[in-house]
Ligand binder design. Structure first.
Ligand SMILES: [Zn+2]
Length: 499
């Protein structure tokens, strides 16, 4: 294999695929034609290419640049290979999901839109009915496909010579999943007692119910928090972003390679995304504003990704520009997203003087996420372990037990396979949250509580961004502060340190 030719082909593949994704989901192109793109680059994802990359990587000096780059190419090849093998199932699943209808007593709704309707529904009983109908449809209509998909993934992993999916991901992504699990399980244990006190007042204030009555079906409503909409006026959405970036020395309007798309289009995806078609040459940020705090959080999150990609050094190796540890780009995204929970930012950008309620709500929401993802990691490690001989029934029961236990409420079993992101992405989020907390503390200590108005803070960020994802989250933190990536800082950040 000619590794340089492989890199060129991989970059062309990602550029074409991301462009197709962007055009389709921005509502600019009706069809979504990814088959021909895979067809043009078949050689990237063959078992032979994977074996070859693995052998080359094994022959390199551990820790060297060569070893790092070949490991990232291997991860790319493995992910693409599994994607190819499950492509038909995925298309089938997407199609069925998109056309599936939930029939409630007095109305019907699309499976996909049901979660938005649920978040906007003020009546808790109606929310519970929607939840029940969605879970029932999930099991009946999609359950078989999800099971087939998981079995296929595990068979492919074995055929490639790994003993389990977990082991494959840990090796290709260079993440010690067992150590991470140890840390995040400790975080959940240490925040267990304080969790209800963080949640209770917020659940009562926003939903008007006692914590004991909180159900899974209430969570999307709890996150949605329509009573906060008035503090986030739509006409400040774009200006608040522009001013924040200007404060850091970035004139988004003058960035010719950054494209903001906030227009409404009939076929535009309701889900915001950042599409790095070219890194750093062509980055799109796509969002359809619907109003309220979420618009601000989502726009800032995607802007964090966008500026990260747009500032990557163009001469950097392909692997470091496009591949590598996604905990890095997610940490920048969360750094900006969390400004909507920062009293200094809320005062300066939105004129909110008393942000106590917003902060308390944001904190409760964030704690739910971290605890849920810590439990997800524990569950996914069991799901993807070497043949565990467990039945679907046992696995779904275990899923409900672990997630429900972490959130201290009853959790449905039906989503035990739908609630799993490929390639242990939950580990990227968990590490990103820890890294972001360290990074935010570093920026505040170095540049003050209004760090987002300091050009020097922007200089520091630009320096990190230029490196793309060459370093892993642990390595980046070590370079930045000499500290280890720990979840104790998250505990402190939540004000939950045991005394
Ligand atoms: Zn993100």
């Amino acid at each position: 294999m000619d590794v340089n030719a492989y890199r060129q082909s991989a970059e062309a593949f990602l550029t074409d695929l991301t462009r197709e994704y962007y055009l389709h989901y921005a509502g600019l192109k009706e069809t979504y034609e990814i088959e021909p793109i895979y067809g043009r680059h078949e050689e990237l994802f063959t078992a032979r290419a994977i074996d070859d990359l693995r052998e080359r990587r094994d022959a390199t000096e551990p820790g060297s640049d060569d070893s790092r780059r070949l490991r990232m190419l291997l991860d790319f090849a493995v992910e693409g290979h599994l994607g190819e093998q499950t492509k038909a199932l995925e298309t089938d699943l997407a199609h069925r999901e998109a056309t599936l209808t939930l029939k409630l007593e007095d109305r019907q709704m699309g499976f996909r839109e049901s979660s938005i309707i649920q978040a906007n529904e003020p009546d808790a009983e109606v929310r519970a009915t929607i939840e029940w109908a969605r879970n029932e449809a999930m099991e009946r209509e999609l359950g078989g496909l999800y099971r087939e998909m998981l079995e296929r993934q595990h068979r492919c992993t074995a055929a490639l010579g790994w003993s389990s999916y977990s082991e494959m991901c840990a090796e290709c992504k260079a993440i010690d999943l067992a150590a991470l699990h140890f840390q995040t399980a400790a975080f959940n244990a240490d925040s267990e007692a304080g969790f209800p006190a963080v949640l209770e007042p917020e659940v009562r204030r926003t939903l008007g119910i006692d914590l004991a009555d909180l159900r899974r079906s209430d969570l999307s409503r709890f996150f949605r928090a329509p009573e906060e909409d008035g503090q986030f006026p739509a006409d400040l959405l774009v200006p608040s972003l522009m001013e924040t970036m200007l404060g850091l020395g970035i004139d988004v309007a003058a960035q010719t390679h950054v494209h903001l798309d906030l227009d409404s289009r009939p076929n535009k995806s309701p889900r915001a995304f950042c599409a790095p078609v070219g890194v750093p040459g062509e980055v799109h940020l796509v969002l359809t504003p619907v109003g309220g705090r979420d618009d601000f959080a989502v726009l800032l999150h995607e802007a964090g990704h966008t500026e990260h990609y747009a500032h990557v050094e163009p001469a950097l190796a392909f692997e470091y520009r496009y591949l590598g540890d996604n905990a890095i780009t997610e940490a920048y995204a969360f750094l900006f997203e969390h400004l909507v929970g920062d009293s200094e930012w809320l005062r300066r950008r939105l004129g909110i003087e008393d942000a106590d309620a917003l902060l308390a709500h944001g904190r409760a929401q964030r704690l739910i996420y971290v605890r849920r993802y810590a439990a997800k990691l524990a569950y996914e490690l069991e799901l993807h372990a070497a043949p565990h001989g467990r039945s679907w029934d046992e696995l779904s029961a275990r899923y409900a037990q672990l997630i429900g236990g972490a959130l201290q409420l009853e959790w449905p079993r039906e989503t035990f396979l739908a609630d799993v992101d490929p390639g242990f992405y939950c580990a990227a989020y968990l590490r990103a949250w820890a890294l972001e907390t360290h990074l935010r503390a570093y920026l505040r200590e170095s540049f003050g509580p209004a760090w987002f108005e300091q050009r020097e803070a922007g200089d520091a960020l630009r320096q990190f961004w230029a490196e793309g994802q060459r370093l892993g989250a642990e390595e980046m933190l070590d370079e930045l502060t000499g500290r280890r990536l720990e979840f104790g800082v998250l505990l402190e950040d939540f004000g939950l340190v045991a005394t």
